[in-house]
Design a protein around this ligand. Structure first.
Ligand code: AHR
Length: 521
């Protein structure tokens, strides 16, 4: 009798273990019946600073260059950027913004003063790329400009004049000057950063001091002729919640003054494991891969915590959280100028981009714009250039594949993921997000952070009876695969057939170290 019981128990146990082994460890519910917030296309924004070869050589080659260009701006770059639907572009910095005096960058190019870029390498800044060239770039790409004003070494007059120069159609000194410089009609400029990292390179201010400056500057940045500014407050260090609290308190308590002025609050967060030892962009271990993923996931907590403060002061979500600098920051490529921040871009960057974008989608009720740092040849770029050559990076392809989410309605997801462990630490192996576009098509994007293990995900599409699925994938043989000059592309978007759907139940097997986007109908 006893033996028989033991046998039955053992048999049941084995069956359970067997069944568990066959069950996918990853499950997800996509709430297609609970759509609420829209994923602003501006989440797909970029950042271009006068830093290294981002502007000069990367975007701007000048009208006399042998590299094909339109009014000095590289044609190949513009064509590539249009394909990923760049929504917004932040300029001229970064830290450079606080040493930039816009009046030096207008008028005949030969007469513009040359100066030293003291922030980034002490190189000559000849001001050949200025306001008109930047606005031309945005028009050529078809994106919205995001201008970062100089609080650190500028004046209220200088910044308010810049707004007038750009946006006024009236009879006033700045609009007249713009006309004299060849632009009759004003431009439309919505996004305006009232300073950059004002805790550091933007003026080394305290939160209290900056909140006063924010009010003073914002008051004098006027709306002209139907142009309405969306003014963005500088944030503090990523985890400085006191800074957020101080600015928001001021925002709430100035008799409505600041509430009428400031519409956005900035958060900067870079993926860096150790600022003193950032590591190579391409020559890294699995341990470094793991810690890069782990660090990137901190973005979720940062956004959640800053949003919780914003929610207390601004329950109606009038203020957008603007993540206007994010991305991987590694060591510069050997032999390049350390101040130019030029780094290669591998499959690891692609997965990091996907994880960040999934996080931004999740928080799109509050996150209204983000700008990856930086567009060309600096940090986590989407494009690298060498003279007339151009390379599209793995990050570029994530932006291309994910562009289907722009202005789509976010579908909340409940993801229960297997773990990816390294030593004693672990993180979720999967990251995912979903949206429904204007045509009713659902897109699900997922990244498998595990470098060596495929993950099967079983997904319920609640509220949808979808029965057709197509997919695309970005992956490679190795974790550090990258695209290089003069070589065939190693990392690109390829068709993906590892998903099946039936009556709203989707099963997908994500290969190790991959990013996938599925279209379900
Ligand atoms: O993107 C490089 C620099 O990082 C920016 O200039 C600055 O804002 C940040 O610290």
């Amino acid at each position: 009798m006893r033996k028989k019981h033991v046998f039955i128990i053992l048999a049941l146990l084995s069956i359970t273990i067997l069944l568990q082994a066959q069950q996918p460890m990853n499950t997800m519910v996509v709430h297609a019946d609970a759509a609420k917030d829209t994923i602003s296309k501006n989440i797909y924004g970029h950042f271009a600073e006068h830093l290294g070869r981002c502007i000069y050589g990367g975007i701007w080659v000048g009208e006399d260059s042998l590299i094909p260009n339109t009014r000095g701006i590289r044609n190949d770059i513009v064509a590539a950027l249009k394909k990923i639907k760049v929504a917004a572009l932040r300029w001229p910095g970064g830290c450079f913004a606080d040493e930039y005096h816009w009046m030096e960058g207008i008028g005949p190019r030969g007469e513009r003063p040359k100066k030293v870029n003291t922030t980034w390498g002490g190189v000559v800044e000849d001001n050949s790329f200025g306001t008109h060239e930047f606005m031309d770039l945005c028009e050529q790409i078809g994106c919205e400009p995001v201008i970062c004003g100089n609080i650190g070494s500028g004046t209220v007059k200088e910044m308010s004049d810049w707004v007038q120069y750009l946006t006024s159609d009236g009879d006033n000194p700045m609009a007249q000057l713009r006309r004299k410089n060849g632009r009759e009609k004003p431009w439309k400029v919505r996004f305006w950063c009232v300073g950059n990292e004002t805790w550091g390179c933007g003026g080394i201010m305290s939160a209290e001091r900056y909140s006063e400056e924010l009010a003073r500057y914002s008051h004098f940045l006027k709306n002209y002729d139907g142009n309405t500014l969306y003014k963005i407050s500088s944030g503090g260090l990523p985890e400085d919640y006191n800074w957020t609290e101080t600015i928001l308190k001021k925002w709430k308590n100035t008799d409505g003054w600041l509430q009428g002025y400031v519409s956005g609050y900035s958060l900067h967060f870079y993926t860096v494991n150790d600022w003193n030892k950032k590591g190579s962009a391409t020559n890294f271990t699995e341990k470094e891969w793991f810690f890069t993923m782990k660090k990137t996931l901190e973005m979720d907590e940062l956004i959640a915590k800053h949003s919780a403060i914003l929610d207390r002061y601004d329950a109606d979500k009038k203020i957008g959280l603007i993540v206007d600098e994010w991305g991987n920051w590694f060591d510069v490529e050997p032999g390049t100028n350390p101040a130019f921040l030029y780094q290669q871009n591998s499959l690891r960057d692609a997965v990091v981009a996907a994880v960040n974008l999934n996080i931004f989608h999740k928080h799109c009720g509050r996150v209204k714009m983000t700008n990856i740092a930086q567009m060309v040849n600096v940090l986590q770029s989407v494009i690298l250039t060498r003279e007339k050559e151009m390379v599209l990076t793995p990050t570029y392809y994530v932006f291309k594949m994910y562009s289907v989410h722009q202005d789509a309605v976010m579908l909340p997801v409940d993801l229960k993921s297997d773990v990816y462990a390294n030593g004693t630490e672990s993180i979720p192996a999967l990251s995912a997000s979903a949206s429904r576009d204007r045509n009713g098509t659902i897109h699900i994007s997922a990244a498998n952070l595990h470098p060596t293990k495929a993950q099967t995900l079983r997904c319920e599409l609640r509220g949808s009876a979808a029965s057709k699925v197509n997919g695309e994938i970005i992956t490679a043989e190795t974790i550090n695969a990258y695209n290089d000059f003069g070589k065939p592309e190693t990392v690109n978007i390829r068709p993906f057939t590892g998903a099946q759907v039936q009556k709203g139940m989707l099963t997908v097997t994500l290969p190790a170290r991959s990013v996938v986007t599925l279209e379900v109908k």
